[in-house]
Design a protein around this ligand. Structure first.
Ligand code: BDP
Length: 709
């Protein structure tokens, strides 16, 4: 198995389970148009049942008898004069009733019916034969993914090969993989996708490419996935030849409206736009002294007549003006500062898309305080499935436990319960209709989609969590594991154990106590390079010196960031005593000898955590090896290769970090491991053919400062 089918393998159940399954003899799809989600849903049902049970059911479009599985919208069903107990559903919601001889899979809309079919098949594929009758509705209306695909076919921060969408500055001719991706997304109830990089190339708006977007949308529409695009703010100038891209200039407004009208001719149901402005060198409204709201509203107005939305990213910061020497400078402050005073200024179809933490997808961050400030403005959280700072799919890191630290966090806005997922992103806390989730996925042409098999649990879980952020991340993982690898108990237990250990282990051997991922910050964001985490122009600093470490973000003495939270939370973070250990260095600058709540010093915690993390990673290949013969050879071997690599790389991480801080602090490890490199085989001690021993930069990445080249 090469991974292409992901969790939709529809592998045949064992005979003893199949014998217990009672299933109607036909499928009725209440829509006979081949491109409709309901039609596609019935085909999927046919395919799934054939795979899982080996039964070949008829598909018809009329209900002839009650022994059938009926798929359609509630409306279409009731016009057949049949009765249903389905309660009133929200948009995209569905009703699943397997208790009666007629199985009802009914959606509020066609998309909902399709989701219901995937739910039914998922139960069947897991051998779950319990009869059920229930309705389920999404927590939020926006459940999107973002792709950072470039027009030349490369993918920014993509680790699974070239783009399935673009090649040579145009849209690919063959949309097969695009439709397959839409099917995967539909199965996890994702309803929108932005297909191109937020660092957008205006060429996407050429006549030819707009027509190409139409083909992408045609391939994804049957699966209920609406297409949107990222825009480059300067396009009226760079592509349109205008003198300006000032968002309030008449010719600019006309240009955007005209392009938008043309786009909607090709993609009548386009989801909308996504805009990265005034960040990391991208143009934006601030160039003309206009506000971010002026910029966002320009696009919102253009898509409004078509029901589209303008997603506007909160990831706005000015790296030119950040100075580490200035104790008060702090990139973490940027989003709230830039959006200050704008909450009432955005049009109602603008959605501000906010990264989960205030910096940039680090291994641990506190929740972005901006969620508490956007009370009138619609907002969505931005998560990252592509593991940019988290091992780039070469390391197993199951992300939902990390996402849960954000989604389950109660921001206590005005002293009231304001849990990020349940209350804020659901729109309930501030009475919003538009709100939700976006995740940067970056699948590529690799048959595994994300570059490696186990990384797919993150994509699967993302969709399920966006639908219901209160869902148990372990249960979701196990659903995914059964669908992907079958029902063997040992397989499920082993994958569960490894996955749940993976994020804590990664945090242990990369960056502890909220100090950020101590990676190479210059560009690639991969591998250990703690010294690059200071004096860089991106404002990702640890402020480490010979005696102390951490960013003082307090109001009384530091950058003032903790004051951006609602008062109860601000008070917690303001004081060292009440800040949890795992965010200590995010909020405070302390001596290496500072004693944590755990009783250890900061420096000893660094040492111990790094040895513990690497030890956990070294157990992964052994655990995986115990599954030999229980899963197919191809996926077994490919994953073993990655896990062995991770085990080795975790040692490099460990030794780099502990050596660096041992050097800079001069404080010995009480267990006397630093410098002794347990379990490490020194390459320079081996007999080398065609290799030479040489120096290395950063020095701490190798024991003895030497590597083999
Ligand atoms: C950073 C990435 C960069 C993205 C940027 C963004 O390193 O490639 O363009 O975020 O989100 O994490 O805009």
């Amino acid at each position: 198995e090469d991974g292409l089918n992901a969790w939709l393998r529809y592998a045949r159940l064992p005979d003893n389970i199949i014998r217990q399954v009672e299933i109607p003899s036909s499928i009725v799809s209440l829509n006979s148009t081949e491109t409709s989600p309901v039609y596609v849903a019935a085909q999927e049902l046919h395919k799934g049942i054939k795979g899982i049970l080996g039964r070949n059911l008829d598909v018809t479009h009329q209900i002839h008898n009650s022994r059938s599985i009926v798929v359609g919208t509630v409306d279409a069903f009731t016009t057949t004069s049949r009765k249903t107990d389905a309660p009133a559903l929200d948009e995209d919601g569905f009703w699943l009733n397997t208790k009666d001889s007629m199985i009802q899979i009914l959606g509020q809309n066609e998309r909902g019916a399709l989701y219901g079919v995937f739910e039914y098949l998922s139960k069947l594929a897991q051998g779950n034969l319990t009869k059920v009758a229930y309705a389920t509705n999404p927590s939020a209306s926006i459940r999107w993914v973002n792709q950072w695909d470039n027009m030349d076919g490369t993918i920014e921060r993509g680790y699974a090969g070239l783009s399935i969408f673009f090649k040579n500055n145009t849209i690919v001719a063959n949309t097969t993989r695009i439709a397959e991706y839409a099917r995967l997304l539909a199965s996890i109830r994702v309803n929108g996708i932005v297909v191109n990089n937020v660092n957008a190339n205006p060429i996407l708006l050429s006549e030819e490419n707009m027509a190409g977007l139409g083909r992408i949308a045609d391939a994804m529409r049957p699966w209920g996935v609406q297409v949107g695009i990222s825009l480059n703010f300067a396009s009226p100038q760079t592509l349109g030849g205008l003198k300006t891209f000032d968002p309030l200039d008449k010719s600019v407004v006309t240009w955007w409206h005209d392009r938008t009208d043309k786009l909607y001719k090709h993609v009548p149901d386009m989801a909308g736009y996504l805009v990265k402005a005034n960040s990391e060198g991208q143009p934006g409204p601030l160039t003309y002294n206009r506000t971010l709201a002026d910029g966002a509203n320009l696009f919102a107005k253009a898509v409004k007549p078509y029901g589209g939305i303008a997603m506007f990213r909160a990831f706005v910061y000015d790296s030119q003006n950040l100075r580490e020497a200035n104790w008060k400078d702090d990139r973490a402050n940027a989003a709230v500062e830039f959006f200050n005073g704008l909450d009432e200024k955005f049009d109602d179809n603008v959605v501000v898309q906010v990264k989960y933490g205030p910096i940039d997808f680090q291994v641990r961050e506190p929740v972005s305080p901006l969620f508490a400030h956007l009370q009138q403005t619609a907002s969505a959280i931005e998560l990252q499935i592509t593991q940019e700072y988290l091992g780039q799919q070469c390391h197993l890191v199951y992300l939902p436990p990390m996402w849960k630290t954000i989604l389950d966090f109660d921001m206590r806005v005005d002293g009231e319960k304001s849990v990020v997922g349940e209350n804020i992103l659901s729109g309930k806390r501030f009475n919003k209709t538009l709100s939700g989730y976006a995740a940067v996925v970056n699948v590529g042409q690799n048959t595994t989609w994300l570059g490696t098999h186990l990384a797919m649990s993150n994509l699967y879980a993302y969709g399920r969590i966006a639908w219901d952020p209160t869902i148990d991340e372990v249960a979701v993982l196990q659903d995914w594991a059964r669908l992907t690898y079958g029902l063997d108990r040992k397989v499920i237990d082993t994958i569960t154990e490894m996955s749940l250990q993976s994020w804590p282990a990664y945090e242990n051997y990369t960056g502890n106590l909220g100090v950020q991922t101590l990676t190479d910050i210059t560009y690639n964001h991969y591998g250990a390079n703690p010294q690059s985490m200071d004096n860089n122009p991106w404002g990702q600093w640890t402020r480490a010196d010979h005696n102390s470490i951490g960013m003082d973000r307090t109001v009384w003495n530091g950058t003032g960031y903790s004051g951006q939270y609602p008062s109860e939370i601000a008070a917690t973070y303001e004081s060292i005593e009440t800040t949890p250990d795992d965010l200590l260095l995010w909020f405070h600058h302390v001596p290496y000898t500072h004693v944590l709540k755990s009783g250890k010093t900061v420096i000893q915690h660094f040492y111990d955590a790094h040895y513990a993390g690497a030890e956990t990673a070294s157990s992964f290949p052994k655990k995986w090896a115990s599954l030999k013969g229980l899963i197919d050879e191809q996926r077994y071997e490919e994953m073993l290769f990655r896990l062995e690599y991770q085990a080795g790389h975790a040692i490099v991480w460990r030794d780099s970090i502990v050596q660096f801080y041992n050097n800079i602090s001069g404080i010995p490890d009480t267990s006397n491991r630093v410098g002794n490199h347990p379990w490490r085989i020194e390459a320079e001690d081996m007999t080398l053919h065609n290799y030479k021993v040489t120096g290395v930069n950063p020095f701490q990445a190798a024991s003895g400062y030497r590597v083999v080249q």
